[in-house]
Design a binder for this molecule. Structure first.
Ligand code: SIN
Length: 325
């Protein structure tokens, strides 16, 4: 039976135009979803597609305003008997944040796939159509359910929790950490590595349309504690440290963070290293800090925002959310 997939478009390079097949520069978010689906129609994909334009912007500008608009729309699609799967088209720069936010706040009952492209639609070697065709293949597969939100880039499928953009150019810009890809896909084939891992029927966290303030503090050699003063305000509920190595920081900064923790701000130690696993260390108990484990700073921030929004602020409970899958 032909599957019905709903496509929510937000812009990005996948909908970008350069004006020339070889131009160096381009504008993201230029092609509307109706025009895009017309082009896709020519591929003869084995699915019925319907589209909704949520935004058509560079993903550097995506944040709560766009999230608040598409989240209820996706929840409705997942509850609709006529819908077998969902695709979100998105710029690649913040794709991992949106994908992880959706992963934490959507039920895993049907496939939800986020897809982007590294080259604009009129560039020679445009990767967007291939990525999109692959995304349709994944979103149409009932076996994609129970794996949370998935990201398709190239011929690889990543779990939202693992995926990260690791290169600024080229079509192999994404990696998974600590798990690499969870499946390989082409428009005609899909090979999963292992069984679905989400057995719970509902979302892990309730949606919040007013996420709390959680800045990311980037650590560097010679950093002074006054770097914190300009980023922490009355509304700050948590801080994610993009620390050196395994989430380290200069001693004076650590002391300042301990003071903030005593004032109720949750402190999560992540790493500025690309593939940084940050484990708990003995001082974390005394300091009241949390270790981000395999989450990079921008994903640790999303998780911490949702935890605070859902009233989970005890460091042990926060730590166990970071320890989870
Ligand atoms: C964007 O993130 O919107 C621009 C870059 C891209 O999509 O690759």
């Amino acid at each position: 039976m032909v599957k019905h997939v709903k496509v929510f478009a937000t812009g990005g390079t996948i909908a970008g135009i350069a004006g020339s097949a070889i131009a160096a520069d381009y504008k993201a978010g230029q092609i509307g979803i109706d025009e895009y689906l017309e082009q896709v129609g020519g591929l003869g994909l084995d699915a019925e597609l319907s589209g909704r334009q949520i935004a058509n912007i560079d993903s550097a500008n995506i944040g709560p305003a766009v999230w608040n608009e598409f989240h209820p729309a996706i929840v409705a699609a997942l509850g609709d008997d006529q819908c077998d799967g969902v695709i979100v088209t998105h710029g690649t720069d913040t794709l991992e944040e949106t994908a992880f936010l959706l992963d934490l706040t959507l039920p895993p009952n049907k496939p939800v796939v986020v897809v982007g492209a590294m080259r604009p639609a009129d560039a020679v070697g445009y990767d967007g159509l291939r990525n999109f065709a692959n995304a349709v293949r994944v979103a149409s597969d009932p076996d994609a359910a129970g794996r949370g939100v998935l990201v398709v880039m190239g011929d690889r499928v990543f779990a939202a929790r693992d995926v990260r953009k690791v290169r600024t150019r080229g079509t192999d810009a994404f990696r998974g950490f600590p798990r690499e890809s969870v499946a390989l896909v082409t428009p005609a084939s899909l090979d999963w590595f292992g069984a679905p891992w989400r057995t719970d029927p509902s979302a892990q966290f309730g949606w919040c349309d007013d996420l709390p303030e959680v800045p990311i503090l980037y650590a560097y050699a010679g950093m002074e504690p006054d770097a914190l003063a300009c980023m922490v305000g009355e509304k700050t509920r948590g801080i994610v440290l993009a620390g050196m190595g395994e989430g380290n920081m200069p001693e004076a900064v650590r002391q300042e963070l301990v003071q903030l923790r005593r004032g109720g701000v949750i402190v999560v130690r992540a790493s500025r290293a690309d593939e940084g696993l940050v484990d708990r260390e003995p001082e974390d108990d005394a300091n009241g800090f949390v270790a981000a484990r395999a989450l990079n700073p921008q994903k640790a921030r999303i998780l911490l925002q949702l935890l605070v929004a859902n009233g989970i602020t005890d460091p042990a409970a926060v730590q166990s959310a970071f320890d989870g899958r």
